[in-house]
Design a protein around this ligand. Structure first.
Ligand code: FES
Length: 102
């Protein structure tokens, strides 16, 4: 288990190893866009991992290619549907402001 903290709300909750950030957020009732339902093809679940980057799975080729194609990407960018909690350290992510509706 890792503690996941979601900014800007500051909500924290435990997430089991192997859970995607998208599944964790939806499971906690936090709205985040996920237009392609987790296939790494829409980019709408883009979030920033602010702390604990080693606590999430590495970026695979599919995710990397999608991130390359979307606007506003930085070194902390991840697709919530692809990044999995590893359970090794606590993680803080930041939603990008357009996730309030689904
Ligand atoms: S839900 Fe589409 S890329 Fe994550």
């Amino acid at each position: 288990m890792s503690m996941l903290t979601v900014m800007p709300e500051g909500k924290s909750f435990e997430v089991a190893e192997g859970t995607t950030l998208l599944a964790a957020l939806l499971g906690a009732g936090i709205g985040i866009l996920h237009k392609c339902e987790g296939k790494a093809s829409c980019g709408s679940c883009h979030i920033f991992v602010q702390e604990g980057r080693k606590g999430v799975s590495k970026i695979a080729r599919e995710e990397n290619e999608k991130l390359d194609a979307i606007v506003g990407v930085g070194s902390k960018s991840r697709l919530a549907c692809q990044a999995k909690i590893l359970g090794t350290e606590n993680v803080t992510i930041e939603l990008l402001g357009f996730g309030s509706g689904l």
